[in-house]
Ligand binder design. Structure first.
Ligand code: ATP
Ligand code: MG
Length: 247
């Protein structure tokens, strides 16, 4: 890894870039993942590389939803396993969610590499290798585990593909997306979209899930009960436009 000083003004962004490149070199991230990260970086830059207030609120609501769920699943792909492996393992443990590997550019070798990678960060059981369930999609993201995403009630999908997001919503699942692009199909079709960098979003989700862990069912329902995803997206676009205007 290149030596990046912590004092560099864009330290976090550069480290993320290094992690993604390392993920490609280790065979856990696809080459296409580099492009996806680049698109995310661009939106993050426009948002000021910070968690905007509407995203923070969405993170609180998402944490309540995960705690309320009967069968929550965190969907893992090649980018998130390179960027936030430890944080996904921690969030799964705090919320009682399962981790499931689900890849657009799927190979069985990459699935098992990602599973071993997550295990090296303390995951005890990672789903996704079995692939005994199918979503009605024409690409590899259709392949899911019966006991995981297929039967989940709440699915957290960081850096998701728009098609699968829509399919999961059509199946009646609550879908929480993390996507820096407020214009993507994923952002528009998810039940709740967190327009934030997955790295910052995971930190906030873990922290809220710990804080809200002591709440009653009724209190959690109150937090998760009433929101308007389109409004969250409009607020993210508003932040982005303010930033542009103030340059
Ligand atoms: P859709 O299919 O939903 O319209 P897309 O084709 O733009 O979206 P993909 O390329 O399938 O999406 O997935 C990448 C998405 O993830 C992009 O929208 C990108 O902005 C977002 N993204 C990339 N890196 C990050 C990151 N580190 N944190 C949050 N979001 C990210
Ligand atoms: Mg896409």
């Amino acid at each position: 890894m290149t030596g990046i000083p912590q004092t560099h003004p864009r330290y976090h962004s550069l480290i993320a870039r290094e992690n993604i490149v390392e993920g490609v070199n280790k065979g856990i991230t696809s080459i296409q993942g580099l492009v996806a990260q680049g698109r995310g970086e661009c939106f993050d830059y426009l948002l000021g590389e910070r968690t905007v207030p509407s995203a923070l609120l969405a993170e609180k609501i998402a944490s309540a939803m995960l705690l309320l769920a009967d069968r929550p699943v965190i969907s893992v792909n090649g980018n998130t396993s390179a960027l936030v492996p430890e944080k996904m393992v921690e969030l799964a443990s705090v919320t009682g969610a399962s981790l499931e590997v689900n890849l657009f550019h799927r190979t069985e070798e990459r699935v098992s590499r990602i599973i071993s990678h997550l295990e090296s960060f303390g995951a005890t059981r990672v789903l996704g290798a079995r692939g005994d369930g199918r979503l009605d999609l024409e690409h590899a993201r259709a392949i899911v585990d019966q006991e995981g995403i297929y039967s989940a009630d709440v699915v957290l999908v960081p850096l998701e593909d728009g098609d699968r997001c829509q399919k999961l919503v059509e199946m009646g699942k609550t879908v929480i997306a993390i996507d820096l692009n407020p214009f993507s199909r994923t952002s528009k079709t998810a039940t709740l979209t967190i327009v934030d960098n997955v790295d910052r979003a995971m930190v906030n989700l873990i922290s809220y899930s710990r804080q809200l862990g002591i709440c009653s069912h009724e209190e959690l329902e109150e937090i998760a009960g009433d929101f308007d995803n389109a409004k969250f997206l409009r607020e993210a676009v508003g932040e982005l436009m303010e930033n542009l205007k103030n340059q």
